[in-house]
Design a protein around this ligand. Sequence first.
Ligand SMILES: *[C@@H]1O[C@H](CO)[C@@H](O)[C@H](O)[C@H]1NC(C)=O
Ligand SMILES: *[C@@H]1O[C@H](CO)[C@@H](O)[C@H](O)[C@H]1NC(C)=O
Ligand SMILES: *[C@@H]1O[C@H](CO)[C@@H](O)[C@H](O)[C@H]1NC(C)=O
Ligand SMILES: *[C@@H]1O[C@H](CO)[C@@H](O)[C@H](O)[C@H]1NC(C)=O
Ligand SMILES: *[C@@H]1O[C@H](CO)[C@@H](O)[C@H](O)[C@H]1NC(C)=O
Length: 415
Amino acid sequence: MLRLSFLISLMCLVRSDTDEECPSFTKLSFHSAVVGTGLNVKLMLYTRRNPTCAQAINSTALGNLNMTKKTTFIVHGFRPTGSPPVWIGDLVEGLLSVEDMNVVVVDWNRGATTVIYNHASSKTRKVAIVLKEFIDQMLAGEASLDDIYMIGVSLGAHIAGFVGKMYNGQLGRITGLDPAGPLFNGKPPEDRLDPGDAQFIDVIHSDIDALGYKEPLGNIDFYPNGGLDQPGCPQTIFGGMQYFKCDHQRSVYLYLSSLRENCTITAYPCDSYRDYRNGKCVSCGTPQTQSCPILGYYADNWKDYLREKDPPTTKAFFDTAEEKPFCSECISLLCGYYNLEQEHKKRIHNNQIERQSWKYHRIQNQSFTGCDFRKDGGQRPHLEILRNSRGNCSYTRRNTHPAKLSPQHFRNTTK
Ligand SMILES: *[C@@H]1O[C@H](CO)[C@@H](O)[C@H](O)[C@H]1NC(C)=O
Ligand SMILES: *[C@@H]1O[C@H](CO)[C@@H](O)[C@H](O)[C@H]1NC(C)=O
Ligand SMILES: *[C@@H]1O[C@H](CO)[C@@H](O)[C@H](O)[C@H]1NC(C)=O
Ligand SMILES: *[C@@H]1O[C@H](CO)[C@@H](O)[C@H](O)[C@H]1NC(C)=O
Ligand SMILES: *[C@@H]1O[C@H](CO)[C@@H](O)[C@H](O)[C@H]1NC(C)=O
């Protein structure tokens, strides 16, 4: 009898294993976006035991979720066309490759899919409540708030913030990837992501002049390329859909690059991008007790240091290459100055004199102390050097002036 029931349950197990397909992220048509969708939150679990085939989980069926491990929730944003986010698979794979954890994809595509942004935005608190209920169940087991990590993209970042608020900031960590700006800009802390929502919050702002949020929202706020226009993204509407989403999505791709060991993006704490570009922030404080923070998954290595600050917020800047893997190995600034007045007088085809009015500073890794700019406004950074992870350097001229200097010259200067 016992043997029989064992056999039957075994058969059931095998059956359910083979019958159940891997649930996938909700795919909707553009038609759904036009008519709008009601909210339905699906949770899909991936672990190292099931890295490619998700398990549908809920507060009563936790699947392979191991509560003693870290649990990372991935929360997407507004879906104006109904399609699944293209980066979801890579993010799951990347997270599982760096740490043995539970990765829960929060699929609220039904709800996020609508052509009307306000409708999606109005559902963010409801999604947060669903997540809270789920997390409460985990906490009733062995799970700890310290081990809960939420990665929120765009509207998802505010959802993560709302969840964090319900736990009075005791959630382990939130990463906001270009948190949504429209309808959230200027809102008080209770209506958006806020530095008090988790034990540690890191944010990447990549589209602050359109879909993203401009002001700092975390303990550390990274502004790649100043946070406005990202290199490699179309500058005009002729770029099609990419024109609208490329800058915004770049935050996700930058985060993804941090999950690959060979691509480290170092950021430089600074008051403004302008100061960063002027070479005022190329070291991380004097005396250098800390190395500069790095972007992405490992940003929380700087957690204690960043939280100690008063107020506990830091803006950090860096430049990137225009395509994967984005990282630049060395400081992207080579600075010089020229004196406008002198330029006016001696400009005319007198290469000899003109060259004398430039001064170069060699990059000395991170001990580089910045450019020796004068304060009369006559000097500007004239050249940047970007070295990608392949050790390839590209040179960008910042203004028309150094055009007369050959690449060969720069090569000699920087080697
Ligand atoms: C949870 O998931 C299980 C298995 O997928 C399902 O049978 C059950 O009805 C779900 N429970 C709730 C409350 O949705
Ligand atoms: C859960 O993870 C812990 C280590 O984090 C491990 O010791 C334990 O065996 C795991 N449990 C299951 C059921 O895999
Ligand atoms: C970096 O690592 C990724 C995979 O982790 C690999 O595809 C890529 O080729 C590597 N790039 C370099 C420059 O080694
Ligand atoms: C720059 O950093 C590299 C690698 O970290 C090191 O090998 C080199 O000696 C450093 N150069 C200077 C001038 O500090
Ligand atoms: C550096 O990049 C340029 C243009 O992208 C390419 O033509 C060149 O072959 C690269 N050099 C190396 C050493 O990879």
